[in-house]
Design a protein around this ligand. Structure first.
Ligand code: BGC
Length: 440
C-alpha cells in the first residue's frame, strides 16, 4: 500500500494544475549517474580522501544516521572502513554497454553521466588520450542505441593536482578548469547535444567548505563564498566555450532545489527560509541568466521551517537516509522555477535511498502526478532523469545508501532490475502512447 505523508495538514499547496495533462511529444525519460559513484578505478582527490578517512567515517555515520529506524540494519556495515571506499564502484567503466542495455529495456531514451576530469588530465596539462577515446566510444554507443546523452563536465571530484593548488577556492585556478573544458569540447563536442557544466555547486560548497563532511573538510565562510562565486564564473566560461564550439548544444547546470514551506509565521522562520532560498537555491541560478539554455533541477527535499528557524520536517515517510519525502511537491517547485527563469526545465536528478524498494514506485507515481500538474500549468518541462540508474557510492555515506533503479551486488557485480523500475519502464511506455493519442 502506497504510503502517504501523514501530516497532510502541512501540505498547503497554493498552486495545482490538472493532473491528466499528457507529457509532450519528445519528452525524455531516463536516469542519472556520476563517474566517481559508478565507474570504479578513479584517482581523484576523493579517492585519496576516502583512503585517509575511511577509519573515521564510521563515527560520522553513527552521528548522522544513528537515530534512524533502519540503523539496526545499517550499523554492521556502517562500522567497517571499507564501506567508505569507492574502489571498483560498480565497475560501470567496463560494463557500460550492458548497463545501456538495461536503460533500453526500461524504455528510457536519456542518460546523464559525468566525465571524470582526473582521468582526462591525470597530471596538469597532460591529456590521457585513452580516457578521451573511452568517453568517445561511450557517448557514441549511447547515441547508436537511441539514448540522448546528458554530459556533465564536473560532478564534485577534482584531479589531485588541482586540489593541491587550492581547487575552486582560488580564482586563478579557474583557467585549469576551462583548459579541461576546452580540450574535452574540442575532442568530444561534435557528439553532444546537452551539457551540464557543473553539478550542485550549492551542495559541494556547503558540504566541503562549511559543514566539514566532504574534502577538504573546511569550515571557512570566506572560502565557501569564494568557491561558490568561482563556480559561477567557471560555469559562465564553460558555457562560452561549449557554445563557441556549437551554438546548438544546450548548456546548463544542475542545481539542488527544494520545496520550502513555512510551518510558523514567526519572523525567525521567515528569515531562515529567505536566507536558505536566496543563498542555497537561487543565487547560482540567478547568476546564470545569460548563460543557460535550460534549468537542470535536482529534487529530493521538502523543508518545513519552524519558529526557531530550523527544519521541522515530519519524521515520516522518510527514506533510508532519514530524508523526509514529499515527492508530489515537485509541482510547486517546477511552477516556481518556470515563473522565475522562463527556460525549459529538465529534471536531472530525483530519487530516494530505498534498499528494500518499499517507496520507489510510490515516489515515481507521485512525481509523475506532480509533473503532469506542472505541465497543466504551462511549465516547459522536457525531461525526467531518475537518480540513479544503479546503486552507487553515496559520497561520505559510502555504500550505505541504495538509490538505484537497478540493484548491484558488489561481490559479483550482478545487476538486478528492481520491481519499481520494471513498473517505471512500463509506465514510460504507457505515457508515451498516451501522448501520441493526444497528438502532443
Ligand atoms: C548528487 C549525487 C548524490 C545524490 C544523492 C545529489 O546531491 O548530485 O551525486 O548521490 O544527490 O545524495
Amino acid at each position: 500500500m502506497a504510503p502517504r505523508p501523514h501530516l497532510l495538514q502541512h501540505y498547503k499547496q497554493k498552486k495545482r494544475g490538472r493532473t491528466d495533462t499528457p507529457f509532450p511529444k519528445g519528452f525524455l525519460w531516463g536516469a542519472s549517474t556520476s563517474a566517481h559513484q559508478v565507474e570504479g578505478g578513479t584517482h581523484s582527490q576523493w579517492d585519496v580522501w576516502e583512503r585517509a578517512n575511511a577509519h573515521k567515517l564510521p563515527r560520522t555515520a553513527k552521528y548522522l544516521l544513528g537515530n534512524l529506524k533502519n540503523w539496526q540494519e545499517l550499523q554492521g556495515r556502517a562500522a567497517i572502513p571499507e564501506t567508505y571506499i569507492c574502489g571498483d564502484a560498480v565497475d560501470h567503466y567496463n560494463r557500460y554497454e550492458d548497463d545501456f542495455k538495461i536503460i533500453k529495456k526500461l524504455n528510457m531514451d536519456a542518460f546523464r553521466f559525468s566525465i571524470e576530469w582526473s582521468r582526462i588530465e591525470p597530471e596538469s596539462g597532460k591529456w590521457d588520450m585513452k580516457a578521451i577515446e573511452h568517453y568517445r566510444s561511450y557517448i557514441r554507443k549511447l547515441k547508436s542505441m537511441g539514448i540522448t546523452p546528458f554530459v556533465t563536465l564536473w560532478h564534485f571530484t577534482l584531479p589531485e593536482w588541482f586540489a593541491e593548488k587550492g581547487g575552486f577556492a582560488r580564482r586563478s585556478n579557474i583557467t585549469y578548469f576551462t583548459r579541461y573544458v576546452a580540450k574535452i569540447t574540442e575532442e568530444l563536442g561534435d557528439d553532444w547535444s546537452f551539457v551540464i557544466t557543473v553539478n550542485e555547486p550549492d551542495t559541494y560548497t556547503a558540504l566541503s567548505y562549511l559543514r566539514m563532511f566532504w574534502p577538504p573538510q573546511a569550515r571557512d565562510f570566506l572560502a565557501a563564498r569564494r568557491v561558490y562565486v568561482n563556480l559561477m564564473v567557471a560555469h559562465q566560461q564553460a558555457y562560452a566555450i561549449v557554445k563557441a564550439h556549437n551554438l546548438d548544444i544546450q548548456v546548463g547546470t544542475s542545481v539542488n532545489q527544494s520545496v520550502d514551506k513555512l510551518e510558523s509565521q514567526f519572523f525567525t522562520a521567515k528569515m531562515a527560509m529567505w536566507v536558505w532560498q536566496r543563498f542555497a537555491k537561487r543565487w547560482f541560478l540567478d547568476s546564470e541568466k545569460m548563460t543557460a539554455d535550460f534549468v537542470g533541477v535536482n529534487f529530493y527535499l521538502t523543508n518545513y521551517f519552524g519558529w526557531a528557524g530550523r527544519w521541522t520536517n515530519p519524521p515520516e515517510p522518510a527514506n533510508d537516509l532519514g530524508w523526509y519525502m514529499e515527492p508530489r511537491a515537485i509541482e510547486e517547485l517546477l511552477i516556481d522555477i518556470h515563473e522565475r527563469y522562463q527556460l525549459p526545465i529538465y529534471i536531472t536528478e530525483n530519487g530516494l535511498a530505498d534498499s528494500h524498494d518499499q517507496y520507489r514506485q510510490w515516489w515515481l507515481q507521485e512525481t509523475i502526478v506532480g509533473m503532469r500538474g506542472a505541465l497543466g500549468r504551462g511549465v516547459d518541462l522536457r525531461g525526467y532523469m531518475h537518480w540513479s540508474l544503479l546503486d552507487n557510492f553515496e559520497w561520505a555515506f559510502g555504500w550505505l545508501a541504495e538509490f538505484g533503479l537497478v540493484h548491484v551486488d558488489r561481490a559479483t557485480m550482478k545487476r538486478t532490475v528492481r520491481p519499481s523500475a520494471r513498473w517505471f519502464g512500463g509506465e514510460i511506455k504507457r505515457l508515451r502512447a498516451e501522448s501520441r493519442r493526444a497528438g502532443r
